[in-house]
Design a protein around this ligand. Structure first.
Ligand code: ADP
Ligand code: MG
Length: 355
């Protein structure tokens, strides 16, 4: 049989490429929200309010009081690889963030209706702009796409509506809005614990009370108490570890041997970004295993500062897991410190019961 003629290779249309890329980065509403929270925190905000409708699929809105966005920058705000945070490739490793390099807002604008209201200190009014596929668009047919002046406070409000409206396969993958809302609450809770000096609230659209609410002045332990309740907070001790050779520093709050839950709660921040690490989780669980009743699991909040050059920032954006140099050595030091801390608490208890 004659071989079939080869099919000609063609480039996909750019908007198709962008949509595919965006759908790979933003898999669920919580991922969009994480980027928006990080942007708000990066902007120096001390107040952050989140409003959610239908698990974030209908509406995700985040209002901050940060430095705002210059009106002149609004035209390129949602273009891919536009950022105020890095200028050269060499900066990639020193920036302390990973995954996104001016891609978050661009990605969101390809798979949702995105609008921004923002006001800087220098501006006499706020500006409102709407985006689609990385570009400014007019909110209604016949209107201009140019940002419009409106009244508003200092800071930025980002509104994301109808997430995945143009990715039906992704949209169908969501079973329940309440499941997505639970993941959103979990993400807000992580940052609310970590970001001392920033107030957080998160509520459903139209609800009168917030599901998460922490004031600006609350310290870390108070934040954990408000979000994870006193049963956890009352059993926590601080953790500190540091090593110059491996270029890291770690602070945190960890449950004592008196606390035991069915599942591990691990709030892990590396260079102030919430990340996942199955290696760290496993090592922590193993360390606790000898101190807790069978099947018991700890609560652990760890904030790790690692020399940015040692953190792998070039992992593909879809990978929520982060890797860094000398992982094994660093984890061993942290787990040693946990072990020390747990045995210390143990001795003081037995000492108290003896006396
Ligand atoms: P990146 O955060 O990697 O720079 P993003 O797409 O998340 O990329 O944001 C692009 C740019 O938009 C940021 O660099 C920042 O200048 C600006 N920006 C986004 N959100 C905010 C915000 N809430 N407040 C002030 N500036 C913001
Ligand atoms: Mg960002």
């Amino acid at each position: 049989l004659p071989l079939p003629a080869p099919r000609r290779i063609r480039a996909l249309a750019q908007d198709v490429v962008n949509k595919i890329a965006a759908g790979e980065i933003i898999v669920a509403p919580e991922h969009a929200l994480k980027e928006l929270i990080e942007n708000a925190v990066d902007a120096g905000s001390t107040s952050l309010e989140v409003v959610v409708k239908d698990g974030g699929l209908k509406l995700l809105q985040i209002t901050d009081n940060g430095h705002g966005i210059d009106k002149e920058d609004l035209a390129i705000l949602c273009e891919r690889f536009t950022t105020s945070k890095l200028k050269a490739f060499e900066d990639l490793s020193s920036i302390g963030t990973y995954g996104f390099r001016g891609e978050a807002l661009a990605s969101i604008s390809h798979i949702a209706h995105l609008s921004v209201t923002t006001r800087t200190k220098e501006s006499s009014c706020a500006w409102r702009a709407h985006y689609s596929d990385g570009k400014l668009v007019s909110p209604k047919p016949g209107q201009s796409a140019e940002p419009k002046p409106i009244a508003g406070r200092g800071g930025t409000q980002i509104t994301v509506e109808d997430l995945f409206y143009n990715v039906p396969s992704r949209r169908r993958a969501f079973r329940s809005a309440s499941e997505e809302y639970a993941k959103i609450l979990d993400m807000v809770a992580r940052y609310a614990v970590h970001c001392a000096g920033v107030s957080f609230s998160c509520k459903k659209h139209g609800a009168s009370t917030a599901d998460i609410s922490v004031p600006t002045a609350a310290g870390t332990l108070d934040r954990i108490r408000q979000i994870h309740k006193a049963t956890v907070a009352n059993e926590l001790v601080t953790l500190n570890a540091e090593n110059e050779r491996w270029g890291f520093k770690c602070e945190g709050w960890i449950s004592s041997a008196n606390y035991s839950a069915k599942r591990t709660t691990l709030l892990l921040f590396i260079n102030h970004r919430s990340v996942e690490s199955s290696i760290i989780k496993k090592a922590v669980e193993q360390t606790y295993a000898t101190f807790l009743p069978k099947g018991g699991r700890p609560f652990v909040y760890l904030s790790l500062d690692i020399e940015p050059a040692r953190v792998d920032v070039n992992v593909h954006p879809t990978k929520r897991e982060v890797h860094f140099l000398n992982e094994d050595e660093i984890i061993a030091i942290i787990c040693d410190e946990i072990r020390n801390s747990l045995s210390k608490v143990d001795t003081s208890r037995s000492f108290m019961t003896q006396s």
